[in-house]
Design a binder for this molecule. Sequence first.
Ligand code: SF4
Length: 378
Amino acid sequence: MEHRVDLRTAAITQTSPGVTELAVTAERDERTAAVVEAVLHGKAIAIPFAKFNDGRGFSIAHLLRSNHGFRGEVRATGHVIPDQAIHLLRAGFDTANLKSSEALFHWQSSLSHYKGAYQKAARNPLMQRRLANQRISDEQRASKLSEQVARTPDLTQRIREIGESIKERIAFSTSLGKEDQAILHAISKAGIGVDVFTLDTLRHFPETLETLRKTEEHYGIKIRVVTPDPADLEELIAHDGEFGFRTSVNSRKACCMIRKVLPLNRALKGSAGWITGLRREQSTGRADIAHAAWDASLELIKASPLADWSDNELDAYITENNIPVNPLHDAGFPSIGCQPCTRAVSPDENPRAGRWWWENEDGKECGLHGRERQLEVA
Ligand code: SF4
C-alpha cells in the first residue's frame, strides 16, 4: 500500500484517483499538457525524484505554480527525504510519497521545525498550516455571508455586505454579459474597492469588445484585460488546430483551459473574494449555487449576488438603471461567450443552449465555474 504525507497538515493523506506523471526535464509545452490533463481529469501531478539531491523537481513544481497557475495537487515521488519537507512545501508540493507509514514520524518532526521564512515561495508553509486550520472557519464565514446576502433585497447593499465580510482584495471577472453589467453598476454605486477585470479569449464577438469600450466610457473606469499566455496558445493551436475545440469535449475544454481558466487563475491570484454573475436559472448545473461559498480550489470566497434573480428581475434592473448592455442580447443571445462557440437561441430554449450546442447540456461549463468538479485535487 502507498503511504503519503500531506505537507500542509503533516498528516497521512488518502490516495487520490489517478496521477499525471511529469518528468523533471519537462519543457514548457509538456508542463502545459500535464496541467490540462490533470485539471480535466481531476488528477494530481507527480514529479519523480531519482535522487534526493536532484533539484530539478523543485524548479518544475515552482513553475507549475508560478507560470502555469496550477492549483491542484503536486506530489513528490521517488527519492525524497524528511529533511526536505519544508523545501518541498515552499516549492509548491502538497504531498510526498513515503517509503512506509513509520517514516511519517520523521516527516512530521521535520515539518514541525518550521519557524518562519523571509523569502518568497510558491507556497508559504505558515500560510498553508493556517489555511488548513482555518478551512472550517472560512466555510462558516462564507455560509454566513450567503445567508446575509440572501436576506438583503437591494443589489448595491448585497455588494456592500460582500465588501464588509471580505476585508482583503476582492476580484470581479466580468464577461460583459448582462448579469455582469448589472453587478458592475452596483459595484460603482457601492463605493467599495474591487479589482475589475475581463478575460479576452481573443475569440470574442466584435459587439462584446465594443461593449467593453462603452462600459469603460459610461462608468469612467478602466477594466483590466487579461489575455491567454501566448506560448500556451501557440502550443494549443499547433496541437489541435484553430478549430480543434469542435472535435471533442476534451479539446474544447483544453481550449477553454488555455484561453480562460489559466488566465483566470493568474488574474485571481492573491484575491480573497471573487464576485461572479452566476444565477440559478441559467442552467441545471447552476441550480444549487449559493450566494457565497468557500472555493477550496482557489482558497477564496466565491460570491454570486444574483444567484436567486430571475430573468425578469435582471431585465427590470437593467432598464431602470439605464445600464449599457451587449446588443447581442437583443439578437437572441442570452448567454454570450466566444464567437465560434455561441449561437442565438429561440425563446423556448434554455438560456445556455447556445453555448457549445454540439455538447450535452449537463457538462457545458468552460471550467471557470465547473472547477469544483474539475479541480477537486486542489
Ligand atoms: S468558448 Fe470556444 S473558443 Fe472560447 S475558449 Fe472555449 S472552446 Fe475556445
